[in-house]
Design a protein around this ligand. Structure first.
Ligand code: ADP
Length: 525
């Protein structure tokens, strides 16, 4: 039995190794996956920031176009410049519009700008134009090629920035213009609604001033600091056109790290559960196989035990029958031989009956006929029939009855058989101290009958298993003590059928007590 068991254990280890390998692989893949997930998130956030930048470019570009159109129309209204204030009025973030023909004339338009301010602005912008001739020529070249580029020329003042653009061919008076954009205003009122539309409740998009890190705008209200994990540069982006400011984006509630960590924890929990279920499954399988193997072993021992038990009476019967046949025995011997034959035949039928009984019970075909019974009477009767048998074998048997016992209900034959089984075992497993004590009594709602011997006893670790079919405790001289390992199984099944129970108390070398409990009948007859 040991070798196949070892082989099974080896197979199990192999089976277990596969999933363990898989789990290790998954754990490794998990870290890889997390990296990919993080990258995807970051790219997504990057793409959002890109689209916001694109949008600001488009807006400022379209404003430039509007101013250009207004300036074109000036020719008709002949310097009355009504068009420009109208456009300025419309685009609140544009504080002033500066126009120049590059060489000599320049002008600054503004709604709430007094003349002195306008003049200061004009000089500042004139000097910018003078000092950035090369870049302006480039803008003109772009325009000639059909592309209007908007370009920021000065970053000294981060709240008001001049964005230059070349006016289209045919614009009267001027060639170049610059919008002086109020950046906080632009971010809050022009970009704000767009940022909110993108952010919804999934992201927090915020704009900060770069030099002071001051929060200018947040899609979640100006008080929200932006929930930006420190040092996560991929989630911050400068405005293309507005270098003094940057945008940040983060997820509401959780950072990417939190999300990735949560995913990792969930995956680890699932993997852990999987591993536990697997380990449990393998353990159960292993236990069942071990039990099945023990059963197979017990069965094969059963066959040899039973054949041995059957052979002895059979050979006795055939030996005495042959001798009788020869007719050479005295009358006295004849009756002795006949009684031996009868006794052995009875023993044989007892063995066969027990096996049949067992197979019936196993197949759930055994029928019990319940009738009101007095346990004391039943025990008395059995012991009377057993008296000579016990005496022959050198046993003393004492009976202590509780005469107050109430009636029980049960199948008489089955209970007698169970009781006899206990007496038989007490005899089989007693050695020098051949004393048996039978006792009846009441314990709660049960009547009991117990059989106590002073025999070899049963070690604690086997006391549970002796009720298993074919099981024989490996103590004592089991090879010479005949048995099939079915007796106690039958007793247990009988007790279960009677809603009763069987209990054993035993210590090796001192003896055993088996007690059968029967529920007391509710309405005693
Ligand atoms: P068996 O045919 O082997 O007696 P049982 O089912 O009646 O089968 O008993 C199972 C095992 O329990 C026995 O093999 C024996 O080891 C142990 N056993 C049963 N009764 C006693 C007892 N009175 N004293 C010691 N051991 C016992």
């Amino acid at each position: 039995m040991r070798n196949p068991l070892k082989r099974i254990i080896a197979v199990f280890i192999l089976i277990a190794l596969l999933p363990v390998g898989f789990i290790l692989f998954e754990l490794n893949a998990l870290t890889e996956n997390e990296k990919i997930v993080r990258e995807i998130y970051e790219n997504q956030l990057d793409a959002i920031l890109y689209s916001i930048n694109q949008y600001s470019d488009d807006v400022i570009g379209s404003w430039g176009n509007r101013f250009n159109i207004a300036l074109m129309e000036e020719r008709k209204v002949a310097d009355s410049v009504k068009g420009i204030p109208a456009v300025l009025n419309q685009f609140v973030a544009v504080r002033n519009l500066y126009c120049t023909d590059i060489d000599k004339t320049s002008k600054v338009f503004g709604l709430n700008t007094n003349e002195a301010e306008a003049e200061t602005s004009r000089q500042w912008l004139d000097s910018l134009v003078m000092h950035n001739q090369e870049r302006i020529q480039q803008l003109i070249a772009y325009e000639a090629a059909g592309f209007r580029k908007m370009e920021l020329m000065d970053t000294v003042n981060t709240t008001r920035v001049p964005v230059f653009f070349v006016l289209s061919e045919g614009t009267p008076t001027y060639r170049l213009a610059a919008m002086i954009i109020d950046l906080p205003e632009f971010i809050e009122h022009t970009l704000g609604p767009k940022l909110q539309a993108i952010a919804q409740d999934k992201f927090i998009i915020s704009a900060f001033r770069r030099d002071t890190n001051e929060l200018i705008y947040s899609s979640h209200g100006s008080g929200t600091p932006g929930n930006l994990p420190e040092g996560d540069e991929s989630q911050k982006k400068s405005f293309w056109l507005l270098p003094g400011y940057y945008l940040s984006i983060s997820l509401t509630g959780a950072t990417i790290d939190d999300l990735v960590h949560d995913r990792m924890v969930t995956s680890l929990i699932i993997l852990g559960l999987l591993a536990t279920i697997l380990a449990l499954g393998i353990w159960f399988l292993y236990r069942n196989i071990r039990r099945e193997m023990a059963l197979a072993q017990a069965k094969s021992e059963f066959v040899s035990n039973v054949s041995h038990e059957i052979r002895t009476p059979l050979s006795l019967i055939s030996m005495y029958a042959e001798t009788l046949e020869m007719n050479r025995v005295s009358e006295e011997k004849k009756s002795e031989y006949q009684s031996v034959i009868a006794k052995e035949a009875a023993r044989l039928s007892g063995i066969v009956n027990r096996i049949l009984n067992f197979s019936q019970i196993q197949a759930n075909k055994k029928k019990y006929e319940a009738k009101p019974l007095n346990l004391n009477e039943l025990v008395d009767e059995v012991l009377k029939t057993y008296f000579f048998h016990l005496r022959d074998k050198g046993f003393s048997c004492e009976l202590i009855k509780d005469n107050e016992l109430k009636m029980i209900s049960g199948d008489r034959n089955a209970i007698v058989e169970a009781f006899i089984n206990l007496i038989d075992n007490a005899m089989k497993y007693s050695q020098d101290n051949k004393n048996i004590l039978v006792k009846t009594g009441r314990d709660g709602n049960f009547n009991y009958v117990e059989v106590k011997d002073e025999g070899i006893g049963i070690a604690k670790k086997y006391q549970h298993e002796i009720f298993e079919q074919f099981y024989r405790a490996p103590t004592g001289d089991i090879h010479n003590t005949k048995g099939s390992g079915l007796g106690l199984t039958l007793v247990k099944k009988t007790m279960e059928a009677h809603h009763g129970k069987i209990k054993v108390e035993s210590s090796p070398g001192k003896g055993s007590t088996f007690r059968l409990y029967f529920p007391i009948k509710k309405d005693p007859l």
